[in-house]
Write a protein that binds this ligand. Sequence first.
Ligand SMILES: C[S@@+](CC[C@H](N)C(=O)[O-])C[C@H]1O[C@@H](n2cnc3c(N)ncnc32)[C@H](O)[C@@H]1O
Length: 212
Amino acid sequence: MCEPMVTTSQTVNYLEHIRPQPDALLAEMEAHGSRDRIPIVVPETGALLQILALAHGARRALEVGTAIGVSTLYIARGLPDDGMIVSFEVDAERHQAARNYLGRAGLLERVDLRLQDAREGLPALAGSFDFAFIDGVKAQYGDYFELVMPLLAPAAVLVVDNALMGGSVADLQDTSEMATGLRTFNGRLLSDPGLIATVTPIGDGVLVAIKR
Ligand SMILES: C[S@@+](CC[C@H](N)C(=O)[O-])C[C@H]1O[C@@H](n2cnc3c(N)ncnc32)[C@H](O)[C@@H]1O
C-alpha cells in the first residue's frame, strides 16, 4: 500500500502517468504492500532517496522502519558496492520479507537488517553515518531524531517521511495528536541550528535536511 500523496489530484495523476515502470521485483514488493496494507514510500519518495544517496556519495546509511524493504532497496541502490545500510524493523514477518526481497535483489552484502526497536539499536551503533531515513512510528519521531543526530557526520543527509501526513499536518483545524506532533517535529527540525532543513510536498511530505 503506497502512502497517500499530499499534492493536488491533478498533480498526482500526472506524476503517476510519467513515473517509470518499476522493475519486476519492485512491482512485486509494491503489490505485497498493497495486499497486506503495509505503508511503503511512493515511487517519487523512493527515487528521491536513491538520488540523494547517489548525489551525496553516501557510503554508510541508517534507516528506521524497514517494513518489507522498499525504501531500503532504493537507498541501497544509491550506495556504492562497498556501502552499507543498517535498517531497523520490529515486525519479524516484515523483516524476513525484506531479507528475502533484498537477497533476490543481490543486495544482502550492502544491507544490515536488524529485527530490533531502533530506540534500542541506535545507541549501540558505532562510527558515523552520512545518510539517514526516518520512517517508523510517527509518535516516536522525536526519539529517533535524538538518537540519529549524534550518529551523523557533518554534511550528512537526513530524510524523514510523512512530514505532511496525508495533508493533516497543514490543516490547522486538525488537532489530533498525530498532526500536532508532526507540526512540532517539523518546526523543531526546521529551527534546529545544527541543520539546514526543508519540507517538500513529495509523496506524503518528505523532510530533507543536511547536518551542518
Ligand atoms: C511506514 S513503515 C516503513 C516503510 C518503509 N520505510 C518503506 O517505505 O518501504 C514503518 C515501519 O516501522 C516499523 N517500526 C515501528 N516502530 C519501530 C521501531 N521503534 N523501530 C524500528 N521499526 C519500527 C513498523 O513495524 C513498520 O513496518
